[in-house]
Design a protein around this ligand. Sequence first.
Ligand SMILES: Nc1ncnc2c1ncn2[C@@H]1O[C@H](COP(=O)(O)OP(=O)(O)OP(=O)(O)O)[C@@H](O)[C@H]1O
Ligand SMILES: [Mg+2]
Ligand SMILES: [Zn+2]
Length: 218
Amino acid sequence: MISTCIYCKEQFKHDTGMLDPICTPCTVKRTRMIREGRLRSADEIFKSACPKLYQGTQCHLLPDVQAHDRVQSWTYGAQGLLLLGETGTGKTRSAYELLRRFCGKKSFLVADAMDFANHAVDAHLQGRATVFARMHCNTSILFLDDLGKSKMTDRIESELFGIIDKRTSQNLPVWITTQDTGETLMNKFTDKNRAAALIRRLREFCRVVMFKRKEEIK
Ligand SMILES: Nc1ncnc2c1ncn2[C@@H]1O[C@H](COP(=O)(O)OP(=O)(O)OP(=O)(O)O)[C@@H](O)[C@H]1O
Ligand SMILES: [Mg+2]
Ligand SMILES: [Zn+2]
């Protein structure tokens, strides 16, 4: 397909839909800048985004390797990922392994539910709510870890819903990990109608991957 290079804005033949369109001359320029230390490499980007604990993931040691592999087969597009399963089944580790592949190629934002909640509240108090929302709405990949782990309030729910709604309407993917089912998630929200609308969007716009405990896998 013919794409417009994100750097020089020239049209060029681009044969993968998975990567950001960057023409060959700009790719060469970028590689040189990374080498000269003027731009961060994919590995540096990954290390700055991924908590140390998860950087050492060895895929074969995960409890549910099949679910991990299903996550890795994700290709960039409007359909996001909803990783469901009990604690310790490898949801977060699998999502970070996937993120590794997109570092330096797609913009992304990662937040666990607690960070998201704190930042949403801070942004509001500091009059930066619009910037906060725009950042989360426009990034190529939004990864929200552990949805349902932190306490919900009207402010947080409304930010979360607004962001998910905007992203799905703009064909931008979201990755979510949660231990909750639709029902238990619903119970944590203060506004049940908004929760139902949020859950409906997640089901409709995400590919669901179920993670099992090791003992459950034959
Ligand atoms: N170095 C490693 N490489 C791969 N898997 C590991 C490694 N160390 C621990 N594990 C496994 O990873 C599991 C935890 O993975 P992870 O944190 O992704 O789970 P989770 O599903 O996100 O849990 P939670 O819902 O509590 O956040 C542990 O239960 C353990 O089996
Ligand atoms: Mg986790
Ligand atoms: Zn270019």
